[in-house]
Design a protein around this ligand. Structure first.
Ligand SMILES: Nc1ncnc2c1ncn2[C@@H]1O[C@H](COP(=O)(O)OP(=O)(O)O)[C@@H](O)[C@H]1O
Ligand SMILES: [Mg+2]
Length: 548
């Protein structure tokens, strides 16, 4: 089943993504279906999620999934129109079980359309394509409309998956197709039996398409974020490769993969190869697997980083400058600010700003609190070494890598989430100063005075089965659970209540710390549940008060 679409090997290792699958099902299969947008960086698992979704619906007679990767078809408007239609027929007749070739060319496509009604529906498209100068507006209208024709013919709702959707913008460079999104929107509005699911890896472009009020697709889609794996999701995948692994080694593998399923799979394959040659799983073995997979020219992570680096930079203007910015940030022991970069590279602040913006737009860097971080810790590690010509052997022994192993924990990571971790540390320090002091309630968002406990233990909490994690759990008779969010956006009711759900079970007092404060709804919820809330400002005051 789905032999040519979803490889058996991949089907066997599919792990995690329960939340995302159920959200997707919620939207696409509802009584009143809603269009969805899957958003996540390259290789985070968007396509695999779609494949798994389609696999689970194979026997569902109410829907007909159609999957199209726009990266493969968005070269010219004519080719796009033909292949867009061809993939519809492929999914109707072949359902992922045959090679698609005959469906993607004329005239073989016509032979594949066994039903007269579908051949008739194809006619306006093929006739237009045969003209010396096709009317492209009409052509696109017809091909977008084909989804609805197929749905009516098959008496099923078409679930149209358009992967790497941002590539459709390539077609805006051609005559008569500048408004391709508008044409598609017009057809979409008239389609009653088609539900759209778009996905894309270039976050800034997808954000424009779905969230800018100048875009025809503004506010049309329900967003589903595809984040990195949680430690538990990683563990599920790891056990499929190394069933008897212990928790510590599984944690290391998760750490070095950065929660990226693609990196994790490569790292696991390499670890298993090592295991065929020697010893048992150990910290050293995992580190060597990571280093060789990333820094050896034969490593697949190495090739991928190479590809990501050059492809991303090709999309951007100003190759040389961008490269030096990336190198400088990768080489620094911590993140960097705009002025630090300007000083180091002897550039003006303005030029650095423009180029940092570009690197953010192509998805390589993020900014937090005026500092610039890599989104991808593995890429950062790769840039730091490979750009300086350092390579590793394929199956290194410990002695081959002494200095690389020694440096590994200093050189690996430092992505924006670590700033959040640092802040957890600050809050823990603060709680050590509590020691029975009294402070004004307004620092915690309430009116009465608060008596601060003297805690015996203050640390991160992970429940036995690993299902619940709490940033800080402090105890001494009473227990305080604390969540720390260091983002520039105010925390909403959903986040506060999610924290309350998990924390109220293990603590007497729930305290939410958010840099940018809270929404009105979040505050109302907190006061109902007698939770404490503090923002950056209150934390600052609290610190001064307690240190007096
Ligand atoms: N849920 C998952 N379970 C197991 N492996 C996964 C999962 N998601 C992604 N992968 C691995 O990562 C690779 C890249 O995922 P893919 O879906 O192609 O990413 P994207 O479409 O976001 O670029 C897959 O080929 C697979 O090896
Ligand atoms: Mg993909």
């Amino acid at each position: 089943m789905l032999t040519y679409f979803y490889r058996k090997d991949d089907q066997d290792i599919f792990s995690g993504r329960k939340r995302e699958l159920s959200l997707l099902e919620g939207y696409l299969l509802a009584q009143r279906p809603a269009d969805a947008h899957l958003s996540g960086l390259r290789r985070i698992g968007k396509t695999m999620l779609i494949k798994e979704f389609i696999k689970r619906r194979l026997r569902d007679r109410a829907v007909l999934p159609v999957y199209i990767n726009l990266e493969e078809i968005a070269e010219t408007p004519e080719d796009f129109a033909l292949k867009f239609t061809g993939w519809h027929l492929y999914w109707h007749y072949a359902k992922g079980d045959r090679l698609p070739g005959p469906f993607l060319h004329l005239p073989s496509l016509l032979f594949e359309a066994h039903d007269k009604a579908l051949r008739d529906a194809l006619l306006p498209i093929t006739q237009e394509l045969e003209k010396a100068r096709p009317d492209r507006q009409r052509l696109l209208q017809e091909c977008f409309g084909f989804s609805e024709s197929l749905a009516r013919f098959a008496k099923r709702r078409v679930l149209l998956f358009l992967d790497e959707f941002q590539e459709i913008q390539n077609l805006t460079n051609f005559d008569q197709t500048k408004n391709i999104l508008k044409i598609m929107r017009g057809v979409k509005d008239r389609s009653e039996h088609v539900t759209y699911c778009i996905s894309g890896s270039i976050i800034s472009e997808m954000e424009w398409i779905t969230k800018d009020d100048r875009s025809p697709f503004f506010n049309q889609f329900n967003h589903i974020d595809i984040p990195p794996y949680s430690p538990q999701e990683s563990r599920e995948l790891i056990r499929k490769f190394i069933p008897d692994i212990d928790a510590r080694n599984a944690g290391l593998l998760h750490h070095y993969s950065g929660g990226n399923p693609f990196y994790l799979v490569q790292l696991l394959r390499k670890t298993v190869l090592f295991l065929g040659r020697e010893e048992e799983t150990s910290e050293s073995l995992i580190k060597r697997a990571f280093i060789s997979e990333t820094l050896s020219p034969n490593g697949l992570i190495h090739s991928y980083c190479n590809y990501l680096y050059s492809v991303s930079l090709q999309r951007a203007k100003g190759y040389g400058v961008l490269k030096s910015l990336l190198d400088a940030i990768a080489a620094s022991e911590s993140s960097m600010t705009q002025s630090e970069l300007a000083r180091e590279l002897r550039m003006t602040q303005g030029a650095v700003r423009v180029n940092l913006k570009e690197l953010q737009a192509i998805g390589l860097l993020t900014e937090r609190d005026r500092r610039y971080f890599y989104n991808d810790p593995v890429l950062r590690y790769w840039v730091a070494y490979v750009q300086n010509g350092i390579e590793a052997p394929d199956f290194p022994k410990e002695k081959d890598l002494v200095s690389l192993i020694e440096e590994l924990d200093r050189k690996y990571r430092l992505v924006s989430e670590e700033l959040g971790r640092e802040k957890e540390g600050t809050v823990r320090e603060l709680m050590r100063l509590f020691a029975g002091q009294r402070v004004e309630g307004r620092l915690f968002g309430i009116t009465r005075t608060v008596m601060l406990p003297r805690f015996k233990s203050i640390k991160r909490f992970v429940s036995d089965e690993g299902r619940t994690e709490i940033d800080v759990l402090a105890r001494n008779g009473v227990r305080w659970a604390v969540e720390v969010k260091w983002k520039s956006k105010a925390v909403g009711e959903k986040e506060v209540s999610a924290f309350f759900q998990k924390a109220a079970a293990v603590a007497d007092r729930c305290w939410y710390v958010s840099k940018a404060g809270f929404t009105k709804e979040a505050k109302a919820f907190a006061s109902k549940k007698e939770m404490f809330l503090s923002s950056e400002r209150e934390i600052g005051i609290l610190k001064r008060e307690l240190e007096k």
